[in-house]
Design a protein around this ligand. Sequence first.
Ligand SMILES: *Cc1c(COP(=O)(O)O)cnc(C)c1O
Ligand SMILES: [Zn+2]
Length: 419
Amino acid sequence: MSLALPKVTGLRCVLCSAVYAHGEVEYTCPRCGIEGILDVELDHDFIARTFGKSALAANRDLSLWRYRALLPVPDDAALLPPPRLQVGFTPVVESPALAKELGLGAFFVKDDGRNPTASFKDRASSVIVLRAKWLGRNEITCSSTGNAASSLAGFAAEAGMKAFIFVPASAPEAKVAQLLVYGAKVFLVEGPYEDAFRVCQAAVEEFGWYNRNCAINPYLVEGKKTCGLEIAEQMQGSLPDVVTVALGDGCTTAGIWKGLVEMKTHGVIDRLPRLLAVQAEGAAPLAKTFARGDERIDPVEATTLADSINVGSPRNGIKALRAVRASGGAIVTARDEAILAWIPRLARATGVFAEPTGVAALAGLEAALEKGLVARGERVLHVATGNGLKDTRGAMRSVGPPTRIPPNLDAVRRTLEKR
Ligand SMILES: *Cc1c(COP(=O)(O)O)cnc(C)c1O
Ligand SMILES: [Zn+2]
């Protein structure tokens, strides 16, 4: 199979703006080194020959592969079949009750915890595993706070690839269980995410594995942008004013924005929502940068129970900052207690049970409403990025303990009377 990809015009460095040809560089800018994150640039005139509003309307593939024309793999599914796991095109649930409580014009939640390994990260993993396969690579690695790892492990298993995974030893048990069940080679690194990243990076240099780190690999944003593509397509008649999402490394925020912009380019939508990206108060380097108005990112020692955004030195920060600023949106912070309180609140209003990070942006939304960054009456879509079963310890902290009773009806009666 040819390794040419005419839809990609080049890869542009976010720091020095140098442009590389597709295939010339796979990861970061050789001039700027590891900080030189690249952005994949597409030939939208070329893509428009097969992709657009009417092509989408006729497309019956209800997965992210309906956007294959925009993804960094060849279009021919017969030559390069996608993974068998259903990923993307996750449902959007409306909650008039929450809209009313928050004083919003409408409130929607996009339930991305319904992806095969139960998080948003499946968007990136499915695309990158197919790309790795196309490039003829059979060994793949990543470091992650947990979800990217369990996601990669799942898609590598489906593809018959060997996955080498580096996660902080503090990762929630359910995420580690996923890794082991999928048969990945797991390294629990004694230290924070930054240490897991560093060791993984050194291992890539030593062993030559394909690198699925969003901190390095520009093609992950391409997978993550499918969430933005879907929001645009699913909401085209009733586009929200604001999209809320949790912000850790920045790849997710940048991806959602890229997808929305591409759908405007292709005429599926005619305006763009603002992004409200939310960091946990204990891991908020990008909120500080945003408030200052520049692009300098000072690493912090991160501590939040929203483990998926427990990132002290975000590596896609510049991409995320540019996305939020281009959208006219904002980056705000949320306290851990406020985040926890939203787990039952979202679940009871919509039936969507999310992990702490999956509701973090809702705590931020409340703060943004108070500050006037989001106006009363606006329409908001929240991306619930991870399933609640990923972190039952966090969930249990958000609710009281269950009632224990001896096995008889009297005890049931007494308990009900006490209420
Ligand atoms: C990774 C992750 C995020 C944040 O994505 P970044 O690219 O790190 O900003 C949000 N929610 C969940 C559930 C995640 O796993
Ligand atoms: Zn550069």
